[in-house]
Design a protein around this ligand. Structure first.
Ligand SMILES: Cc1cc2nc3c(=O)[nH]c(=O)nc-3n(C[C@H](O)[C@H](O)[C@H](O)COP(=O)(O)OP(=O)(O)OC[C@H]3O[C@@H](n4cnc5c(N)ncnc54)[C@H](O)[C@@H]3O)c2cc1C
Ligand code: SF4
Length: 394
């Protein structure tokens, strides 16, 4: 595992000592699932690292994962220390504490089985978090996953940022009990049929599977980000690569293309650089790897000839409260080996039902791992509440 993802002992002490122990805990209020950095840092400062790790895991079953990939827009953005110099590196502290001191199981003591069987569809962060919350409340869970491994979209994040081992470790802590049946390579097509099979409730956490289209001429010549990140070696390009999009998915595509040996990689971003949905660290990483960022630029057309792909782009301008194409700014850029589209993915259209509950990116569109965890936990509580009310009504 890449060591630089974690803090060493000296770095850990230095970071802990910077925390001001704010009474109002703004860092905890900013966490979508209510993890309290103020409290786990206090425990770690008192040399109670296992207690600190337990404290984190009590709220966040995917704490190892989130520690490595949480963006800086939550706890770090609200950290008071940022007013003095720079925020505490809370995610890295969390990742290190969990890696060094987490117990093997998420549950200190499981409640007795409450007689409820819940089906969870999709083993991404939302499905894993829903499963953990349901088991923690005494349910039995069958988790259905279409592909051969757990993790969902997390599996597309490059190993340098999120090692597969960390996904496995977080999952093994959730799974360390007899209440979960994991069915890999099992795609569920009919959600309602599971109710007829005896499940009390169904939680659907199937992610946002539809890659947002560019809606431009020649779009078929571009490669969707999920196809690329699933097998980058298959699309190895040694020349010029374009990535269309400005979020962290696009950034991962750009850095992966560089790592695969591309001579030049350009990102085309519709709005300003400051509007990009990436952290400062990710931005600096792009610069360090000589990725060119073309801001306020949108694709117009893709074509192909004997010399490769041509991308026609235009400039955008902010006018009357919205971004629009600036007239007469079209520009033909030639000789691309690969054009990757990474402008996001869309939620599915679904019909809500008291016993079929949707959560995570399939409900909210592309979000973040921690928001998917929050959504999965909420769905688990709703499922539990609904089955309770139904039983009362019988
Ligand atoms: C390249 C990339 C980089 C990212 N970087 C970050 C980051 O740095 N920080 C961050 O917080 N977030 C990041 N994200 C976003 C984060 O990964 C997602 O928000 C999160 O994974 C969504 O979780 P989910 O459980 O809702 O869906 P997913 O993770 O998409 O999981 C859905 C699961 O459902 C399964 N499934 C689908 N249909 C069925 C079916 N019919 N039957 C059974 N199973 C099914 C799928 O195989 C998949 O395993 C990134 C995403 C990508 C793609
Ligand atoms: S806001 Fe920052 S400085 Fe204050 S308690 Fe939280 S982590 Fe420490």
């Amino acid at each position: 595992m890449a060591k630089s993802l974690y803090l060493n002992k000296v770095q850990m002490q230095a970071e802990l000592s910077r925390c001001l122990g704010c009474k109002l805990k703004p860092c905890a209020k900013a966490c979508p699932i209510g993890v309290s950095p103020a409290d786990f840092i206090a425990l770690a400062k008192a040399q109670k690292e296992p207690e600190a790790a337990r404290h984190i895991l009590a709220r966040n079953p995917l704490a190892g994962i989130c520690g490595l990939i949480c963006p800086d827009k939550f706890c770090q953005k609200s950290c008071t220390r940022g007013n003095i110099d720079f925020p505490i590196n809370i995610p890295k502290l969390q990742a290190t504490l969990v890696a060094n001191a987490a117990p093997d199981s998420l549950y200190e003591k499981l409640p007795a089985y409450n007689g409820r069987q819940i089906a969870v569809i999709g083993a991404g962060p939302a499905g894993m978090a829903a499963t953990a919350a349901l088991v923690g409340q005494g349910c039995k869970v069958t988790l259905f996953e279409a592909v051969e491994r757990i993790g969902g979209a997390l599996n597309l994040i490059p190993e340098e940022r999120l090692p597969q081992e960390v996904i496995r470790q977080d999952w093994s802590r959730i799974e360390a009990n007899g209440r979960i049946t994991l069915k890999l390579k099992t795609k569920v097509v009919d959600f309602k049929a599971l109710l007829k099979q005896g499940f009390d409730s169904v939680i659907v956490a199937i992610g946002a599977p539809v890659v947002t289209p560019l809606n431009i001429e020649g779009e078929a010549l571009s490669l969707p980000f999920d196809d690329y990140l699933n097998a980058p070696e298959k699309y190895k390009a040694s020349g010029r690569v374009a990535v269309i999009g400005g979020g962290n998915v696009a950034a991962d595509c750009a850095l992966t293309a560089k790592a695969q040996g591309a001579l030049s990689v350009e990102m085309f971003v519709r709005r300003r650089i400051s509007d990009m949905r990436i952290s400062k660290a990710e931005y600096l990483d792009l610069l360090a790897h000589q990725v060119d960022i073309c801001a306020k630029t949108s694709p117009e057309k893709i074509s192909k000839d004997k010399d490769g792909l041509t991308l026609t782009v235009h400039q955008n301008t902010f006018k009357d409260g919205k971004w629009e194409a600036e007239p007469n700014t079209s520009l033909e850029l030639k000789h691309y080996d690969l054009i990757i589209k990474a402008v996001g993915s869309r939620p599915i259209e679904y019909e809500e039902d008291a016993r079929i509950i949707f959560c995570g990116d399939c409900k909210n569109g592309t979000t973040t791992a921690v928001e998917a965890v929050a959504s999965g936990q909420m769905a688990a509580m709703v499922a539990l509440q609904n089955t309770l009310e139904e039983r009362k009504a019988v």
